[in-house]
Design a protein around this ligand. Structure first.
Ligand SMILES: Nc1nc2c(ncn2[C@@H]2O[C@H](COP(=O)(O)OP(=O)(O)OP(=O)(O)O)[C@@H](O)[C@H]2O)c(=O)[nH]1
Length: 305
């Protein structure tokens, strides 16, 4: 079960993480090949194999060291890989010393092979995690999908409680998107969606999360101390998009969004907050679009600029 992720992940980052992991695994197979060569052909073992801290000199450890900013589940999975990586190196060292002293036993060999198996198993569990995370992202825009919003929400709410911050939900819908599809075609519509997602993500700050909610709707979770700060953040993201027309085949397509912004109350579900933000957003559509409407806890419209 995927349990939230680094702030603002997107599908490209997950693909990059999988690529880097595959490269680290390939390097480790090369290391294991060296050990096999030594066992079968003899020769002098180098530091990669017998140094007391060989696990820290190994390419795989560079990959381990590069894993930062993770949620609790990722930390658990990576530390399991780390643990078995160290054991593999330790068992390899015991085996090599036994080869040199001609005292290899089947027990020593089995211990090494078991450590290898556990190491690979730990890596597989992490890969399963990354693939499940990938499935929660949209392949068109690269953004996390609605399901991910629900799983991240609990983590973000916990963090806000700890830091005594208020969590807000901003729902945004692209204005007159049907016209874009009708004028330039569905493929152009897809390109516009992709560009809008990239622009929104670029305009999103570190502690904010942006999601593709469905169709041409996006949701953002943001933290703010008060209504004024939240309204400023909502207006900022809408302006950010407005000021960056999308370039396509030498033409510029002006895209705007209308947003509905609401605080998420202490005892309510995400679903309830979405309902309020949705109503505010539709109010904004009827009021002329390209604006962000702030709604209070009871659904009253506060800021309609
Ligand atoms: N190209 C493309 N179009 C999509 C996608 N998802 C939804 N749409 C289109 O988005 C359009 C949304 O249109 P409407 O709901 O009528 O709203 P609108 O034209 O954006 O107008 P307002 O929301 O009232 O400003 C529909 O034509 C959908 O087919 C997608 O993934 N790709």
């Amino acid at each position: 079960m995927v349990n939230g992720c680094k702030p603002n992940t997107n599908i490209n980052e997950i693909d990059r993480a999988l690529g880097e992991l595959n490269l680290a695994i390939k390097n480790h197979y090369e290391w294991a090949g060296k050990l096999l060569r030594l066992e079968l052909l003899g020769g002098e073992p180098d530091d990669d194999l017998i140094h007391i801290e060989s696990h820290k000199r190994c390419h795989f450890s560079y990959w381990l060291a590069a894993q930062a900013e993770m949620d609790d589940l990722q930390v658990e999975l990576i530390s399991e890989i780390n643990r078995w990586h160290e054991i593999v190196h330790h068992q390899a060292r015991l085996l090599i010393n036994a080869i040199i002293a001609s005292t290899v036993t089947s027990e020593l060999l089995d211990d090494y092979l078991k450590a290898q198996q556990e190491f690979i198993q730990a890596i597989d569990s992490y890969k399963v995690y990354l693939f499940s995370l990938r499935n929660l992202h949209d392949t068109l825009t690269g953004l996390p999908l609605r399901q991910m919003l629900y799983s991240d929400f609990a983590l973000r709410r916990q963090r806000c409680r700890r830091e005594d911050k208020q969590l807000w939900l901003l729902m945004m819908d692209i204005d007159r998107f049907k016209r874009i599809n009708d004028t330039w075609g569905h493929n152009a519509g897809d390109e516009v969606l992709r560009s809008v997602a990239l622009t929104l993500k670029a305009g999103t700050r570190r502690k904010e999360g942006i999601y593709r909610f469905g169709g041409e709707e996006f949701v953002m979770l943001l933290e703010a101390d008060n209504e004024r700060e939240a309204a400023r953040a909502g207006a900022r993201i809408c302006r950010y998009l407005e000021q960056r027309p999308i370039k396509r085949n030498g033409e510029e397509i002006q895209v705007t969004v209308t947003g509905g912004l609401t605080p998420i109350l202490e005892d309510e579900s995400l679903h309830e907050a979405i309902g309020r933000a949705d109503k505010a957003m539709y109010f904004g559509k009827t009021a002329g679009r390209n604006r962000c409407i702030v709604t209070g806890p009871k659904g009253e419209f506060i800021n309609v600029s």
